[in-house]
Design a protein around this ligand. Structure first.
Ligand code: ADE
Length: 230
């Protein structure tokens, strides 16, 4: 099995790389991909840089160049649901792009013809995530994650995304990975730990909790890998 793990920022993959030794490095398309071995399996780890375009590039490279058969995204997100607080782990059951708008032609917000409004993540990987959480006594909240090329730090925008997409968390890459994986028929899973509440204090909260929340997500993903690759 060849597995790909993507983060957006270096902080999101550093805790992963610390868990594995002897990385082989490849520079492709402006990013570094780290290959590590896990028993008989190979894991490719990379951070894409922020945003949907970069995430789509990394997911494409993982699948089309390195032959990854499953992709996991690990990183941080802003909370939309009032139930979520900093450090909570979120599993994206469906992903959507809140910043797609071709409603001028009668399409629903977020919808692109010949594509889907909501991309469903892998039920098999999600079950592994839920089993991992259960085994560790960790609360894992499931729901729709909305992605777009904006850092949301405004209560009105946050409310708008929640109302239009029924999302519980917001970030800037998940739906892009979902589109690439869905197009290539590769199972994927999106895990995030909350770094902020996507409101007026999101920037301060993000800076304070990026590292700790990224580590929480990464540690969880390492435990998932143990189950997937055992
Ligand atoms: N990632 C973490 N927090 C975020 C926010 N508030 N908006 C977009 N992406 C995020």
């Amino acid at each position: 099995m060849t597995l790909g793990i993507i983060g957006a920022m270096v902080e999101e993959i550093t805790p992963l790389l610390e868990c594995f030794e002897n990385h082989i490095k490849y520079d492709v398309g402006g990013n570094t991909y780290y290959e590590v071995t896990f028993g008989n399996h190979r894991i490719f780890i990379a951070y894409s840089k922020i945003g949907k375009v970069h995430a789509a590039l990394s997911a494409s490279v993982m699948i089309l160049k390195f032959g990854c058969e499953q992709i996991i995204f690990s990183g941080v997100a802003g909370a939309l649901s009032a139930d979520l607080k900093v450090g909570d782990l979120v599993l994206g059951t469906k992903l959507c792009q809140y910043d797609v708008d071709i409603s001028a032609f009668g399409h629903a917000l977020g919808f692109i013809p010949e594509s889907k409004l909501y991309m469903e993540s892998s039920p098999i990987l999600n079950k592994i995530a839920k089993d991992t959480a259960k085994a560790q006594g960790i609360m894992l909240k499931e729901g729709i994650i909305a992605s777009g090329d904006c850092f949301i730090a405004n209560s009105e925008k946050k409310q708008w995304i929640m109302e239009h997409f029924d999302a519980i968390a917001v970030e800037m890459e998940g739906a892009a990975v979902a589109v690439v994986c869905d197009s290539c028929k590769i199972p994927f899973c999106i895990l995030r730990s909350i770094s902020d509440s996507a409101d007026g204090s999101a920037d301060v909260s993000f800076d304070e909790f990026l590292e700790s929340s990224a580590k929480r997500s990464a540690d969880f993903v390492v435990n998932m890998c143990k189950q997937i690759l055992q």
